[in-house]
Design a protein around this ligand. Structure first.
Ligand code: NAD
Ligand code: ZN
Length: 253
């Protein structure tokens, strides 16, 4: 077994109840068949998300954004949580995990059973009409009848998923809760994130300044590795997380 898996289990147990924080990125859901932006294959070779999912593009030409959203929602709405998600849900049930801060918009942490989830970038379970501000469940417009879909109330064509687009602000309450959690934790698990998207990438830095142990779970090294992280478990999260849980159980009987 990877030595760092044992070490992570020991650090989590030592940290104590509600002292572990997880920060997750697109890599968390790769084993649920949702490709990351920078990954090979799939969606993002067809669409540059920074263009198609930019708020200015959406306001000018919602149909262009929806041509990407259609494919993205198709993938996201079919996805199921993977063993990594279930491991984090178990870590919360055991009492160690205070919260998951996620940059993902797929809702898979809640689906796997985590209750304390901060969504930095919102999610795709709802759409909001930018004209009349009515909110609909995604299931009421998806699968799409037309592109872009129309608001059933006012007939406008600016139904936007309740996720944060490029060029939009992070919800202030998500940001302040995350900073508070990062200040409070003794262990931060940075999972499947390349640590280049701010302000999410600030959280491991805040935790580190406050003396927390920062552990990465990522099959590839990131800008954090050796600068911010204390160590990295170079495996996929679906492989690493169940082993960490098993080790914690061994340690705690
Ligand atoms: P990113 O670059 O931070 O994520 C990819 C990282 O995950 C890489 O470092 C990669 O090495 C790692 N990774 C790949 N497979 C992994 C696995 N099985 N286990 C652990 N780590 C793995 O993120 P991005 O793709 O540039 O996305 C940028 C933003 O877009 C983020 O906010 C992200 O959350 C969001 N996004 C969300 C989803 C989703 O909701 N599932 C999908 C794509 C992008
Ligand atoms: Zn409307």
């Amino acid at each position: 077994m990877n030595e760092n898996i044992k070490r992570a289990a020991e650090d989590i147990v030592k940290a104590g109840k509600k002292k572990v924080l997880a920060l997750t990125g697109a890599g968390m859901s790769v084993e649920s068949s949702i490709p990351p932006f920078r990954g090979k294959g799939g969606l993002w070779e067809k669409f540059n998300p920074e263009e198609y999912a930019h708020i200015d593009t959406f306001r000018k030409d919602p149909g262009k954004s929806w041509s990407m959203l259609k494919d993205l929602l198709d993938v996201i709405l079919k996805a199921e949580p993977n063993p990594g998600h279930y491991g984090l849900a178990e870590l919360e049930k055991m009492g160690y995990l205070s919260c998951v801060i996620t940059q993902n918009v797929d809702g898979l942490h809640q689906r796997s059973g985590n209750r304390e989830v901060v969504e930095f970038h919102g999610n795709n379970q709802w759409v909001i009409c930018l004209d009349c501000h009515k909110r609909y469940e995604i299931a009421t417009v998806f699968p799409l009848q037309e592109i872009p879909p129309r608001c059933k109330d006012c007939g406008g064509n600016k139904l936007k998923p309740d996720a944060i687009f490029f060029g939009e602000m992070i919800p202030p309450e998500a940001l302040s809760r995350s900073e508070q959690e990062a200040n409070n934790c003794k262990v931060l698990l940075s999972i499947g994130t390349s640590a280049v998207v701010y302000p999410a990438a600030n959280m491991p830095e805040i935790a580190k300044w406050n003396g927390a142990t920062v552990i990465e779970i990522n099959p590839e090294k990131t800008p954090f590795t050796f600068q911010i992280s204390d160590y990295i478990i170079e495996e996929t999260v679906g492989h690493a997380m169940p082993q960490i849980i098993a080790e914690i159980k061994k340690l705690t009987g």
